[in-house]
Design a protein around this ligand. Structure first.
Ligand code: FE2
Length: 237
């Protein structure tokens, strides 16, 4: 089994054990409790597994050929490559971020996320709300959040976000090379109202306000070059 298929299978297993996941709504209280105990260990294993991913595991050479083949009027911010996106439980995908481009500040309402960079460099600005906030609401009132940054290269462990930590982030490619990362998010995005702006209030505290999707953010979908290396139909039932 390929490393990426292993990762997908572990991601499905991990998030099906998340106690508050909608997928667990039918289980009994006892099994839910057991599930909640398993979840942190599985998530940690998933992060370790993602940490070991390399460009070869996702067809990096083929992925890096896409930008020269894409012919469009407006240069994209990023190319998006869906690897596993047929289940509402988990999405596994790749972003190929163009040089000097950013994925604008966005939220992951109620989600976990694991982002592993396999090529290039990225700066990630993450925000954690100082008080509970419903990021899934159609209209999110302004709120305050603490900001932290991390710089990633291909040797770094994945950046991890959780429902209550680092749940909003801006992903910035400050280099003159492409940046390629694998994203595992759970559950699947169901909401387009996820874009925000941050206004500095003090050293690390920002006021966050909801905005429409920036018109400069533009992605193009490309196929996963190693699609024939994975066999995951049985996970979709
Ligand atoms: Fe994100």
């Amino acid at each position: 089994m390929s490393k990426i298929e292993n990762l997908i299978r572990l991601a499905v297993k991990t998030f099906s054990h998340r106690r508050d996941a909608f997928t667990l709504s039918k289980v009994t209280d006892k099994s839910a409790s057991e599930s909640s105990n398993l979840f942190p260990n599985l998530l940690s294993e998933l992060v370790d597994r993602a940490s070991n991913l390399t460009g070869d595991d996702i067809g990096l050479n083929q992925l890096l050929q896409y930008p020269s083949r894409v012919r469009v009027r407006q240069k994209p911010t990023a190319l998006y490559c869906g690897i596993y996106e047929t289940s509402p439980l988990v999405t596994v995908c790749i972003f190929i971020l163009y040089p000097q481009q950013s994925i604008p500040l966005h939220s992951h309402p109620g989600m976990y996320g694991v982002l592993k960079l396999v090529h290039g460099r990225l700066l990630i600005k993450s925000y954690t709300s100082l008080k509970p906030v419903n990021l899934a609401a159609d209209v999110v009132p302004n709120f305050e959040a603490a900001m932290s940054t991390v710089e990633l290269d291909q040797n770094c462990p994945p950046a991890v976000l959780a429902p209550d930590k680092h749940n909003l982030h801006e992903v910035i490619n400050t280099s003159n090379d492409f940046a390629v990362c694998v994203d595992v998010i759970s559950p699947r995005y169901e909401n387009d109202n996820c874009y925000f702006q941050a206004r500095k209030q003090s050293t690390d505290v920002f006021e966050i306000s909801q905005i429409p999707c920036p018109s400069t953010f533009h992605t193009i979908h490309v196929p996963f070059p190693l699609a024939n290396h994975i066999s995951i139909e049985d996970l979709n039932n």
